[in-house]
Write a protein that binds this ligand. Structure first.
Ligand code: GDP
Ligand code: GDP
Length: 454
């Protein structure tokens, strides 16, 4: 069950810098039907992405792990949206803007058989202003005769168009080489205390009180920003001083821009949340305690789980919850958040300021857990004892053994068990639970994987 965060809880121990920094992010942008998903399929080897024959089908999954010449990166497909939607130009600009904010490199796809359209122009404009590296793919160049068509795309002012055929794979290797060249040398400097303020993503569905909380934390009233103004050079993040430290709240521009006013912008809301998570270390998920937990709340929690970030769940508008309902509400919340029993929880009111001061200690605790490294010797001593007391279930007449274990990564913590046989899922979960109890990973996800040695 969920433990309400308590101040003064013992810390989880000093963390070390992450050894598996975040992967660089490559975002694929372009208007509908230029072949973005086909290209994504091509890059990831058709393992996961799905090309829809029906235009406008919203694809749920948009981020994939890809690699080329031994270099891994996160590929973001911004494709799944409705070309028939109203306010197309705005949406396209929004999409490009989100891509700019979340990506290290933008892969801009244009259909060379069609040439430059107004929508392509609109995207190019946002990209040019961003200063981010852009690789321009002139797609659907299925044979050499088409290459002339591709050169017409110089007019976008993005640089050299690279003729490719996503469908047939023609020149896709050259394109990926160009993407690799454009990637930042070292992993982007997003993590660690000495590398600037810790990054917080404040996420939650519309109206839960995100901007109210920001205002409360920053101690001032804010002016709302015109939706389009944000597409140029607004500061995206905000530095806020809390508990004697400076914190970087990422994508506050997005929170203030009020995407909810874009009707049916669910996909964008989700893209934005992903983008914010991508750039953050810790997520504060805001939930409206005065209403029942919705699908959308749960989806946002899923996005956080998927992102591997540590998490604080803040139940806002607690001032609206009747005294006598509180107990039942807590029970109900426990039930609904069963997937994330490790999340730290605070009940706050952005309006009255109730318990808002508990947020920072919870965030700090979660971050500490997230970077905790268990020394290998301690881990193995602990597991040896654990396995002696509760051995893994026998499988096919054999008793699997844990030969050795190590924590392979921090931020998030990942443990690898080297075993002599298959460990049942339930047993791995049991180990995860016991590792949590022993080493204190409150507020952080913990991953336990197994490598079987024959
Ligand atoms: P998205 O909306 O940008 O993601 O575009 P899709 O990947 O769904 O592709 C739109 C259509 O263009 C599909 O029918 C694809 O088969 C087709 N297509 C994509 N890439 C190529 C290509 O390189 N050559 C040709 N001839 N068709 C392509
Ligand atoms: P956002 O869309 O998540 O940024 O939500 P807002 O900050 O705009 O808040 C939505 C509405 O909820 C506004 O009318 C706020 O005044 C109200 N609200 C926000 N926090 C609280 C709270 O703690 N208590 C109460 N009673 N209302 C709140």
């Amino acid at each position: 069950e969920l433990a309400e965060f308590e101040e003064g809880e013992p810390g989880a121990g000093a963390g070390e810098a992450g050894d598996s920094g975040p992967l660089p992010v490559v975002a694929v942008v372009g208007r509908p039907n230029v072949g973005k998903s086909t290209l994504v399929n091509r890059i990831i080897g058709r393992r996961e992405a799905v090309v829809e024959d029906v235009p406008g089908v919203t694809r749920d999954r948009v981020t994939y792990e890809a690699s080329w010449r031994g270099r891994s990166f996160t590929l973001v497909d911004t494709g799944g949206w409705d070309p028939q939607a109203t306010g197309m130009a705005l949406r396209i600009a929004e999409q490009a803007q989100i891509a700019v904010e979340l990506a290290d490199v933008i892969l801009f796809v244009v259909d060379a058989t069609v040439g430059v359209t107004d929508a392509d122009e609109a995207v190019a404009q946002v990209l040019r202003r961003s200063g981010k590296p852009v690789v321009l793919a002139a797609n659907k160049v299925d044979d050499q005769r088409m290459e002339l068509e591709a050169s017409a795309l110089w007019s976008l002012g993005i640089g050299e168009p690279m003729p490719v055929s996503a469908l047939h794979g023609r020149s896709s290797g050259d394109l990926l080489d160009a993407v690799l060249d454009a990637l930042p040398e070292a992993p982007p400097q997003r993590f660690g205390a000495e590398r600037g303020p810790r990054r917080v993503a404040l996420v939650g569905r519309p109206n839960v009180g995100k901007s109210s909380l920001l205002n409360k934390l920053a101690g001032e009233e804010r002016v709302l920003v015109d939706p389009m103004a944000g597409t140029t050079r607004d500061p995206v993040d905000e530095l806020i001083e809390l508990g004697g430290k400076t914190w970087r709240f990422v994508d506050t521009a997005g929170i203030r821009r009020r995407d909810r006013e874009l009707k049916g912008a669910d996909f964008y809301a989700s893209m934005r949340t992903r983008a914010a998570l991508e750039r953050s270390e810790v997520a504060v998920v805001l939930i409206d305690a005065s209403e029942v937990l919705t699908e959308q709340d749960l989806r946002i929690i899923s996005l956080v789980i998927e992102s591997g970030r540590c998490m604080v769940v803040a139940f806002n508008k607690w001032d609206l919850v009747d005294e006598d309902r509180r107990y039942y509400l807590e029970k109900e919340i426990d039930r609904q958040l069963v997937r994330v029993p490790w999340a730290l929880r605070v009940n706050i009111s952005a309006k009255t300021g109730r318990h808002v001061d508990r947020l920072v200690p919870a965030i700090e605790r979660a971050l500490e857990s997230w970077s905790t490294r268990v020394p290998t010797a301690r881990l193995n001593a602990f597991l040896t004892e654990l396995v002696r007391a509760t051995p893994p279930p026998v499988r096919g007449g054999k008793q699997p053994k844990i030969l050795f274990a190590t924590q392979a990564a921090v931020e998030p913590p990942k443990f690898v068990l080297f075993t002599s046989g298959f460990l049942e899922e339930t047993y791995r979960r049991f180990i995860e639970r016991r590792i949590r109890e022993e080493f204190g990973f409150a507020g952080s996800p913990v991953f336990v994987t197994m490598k079987i040695r024959e």
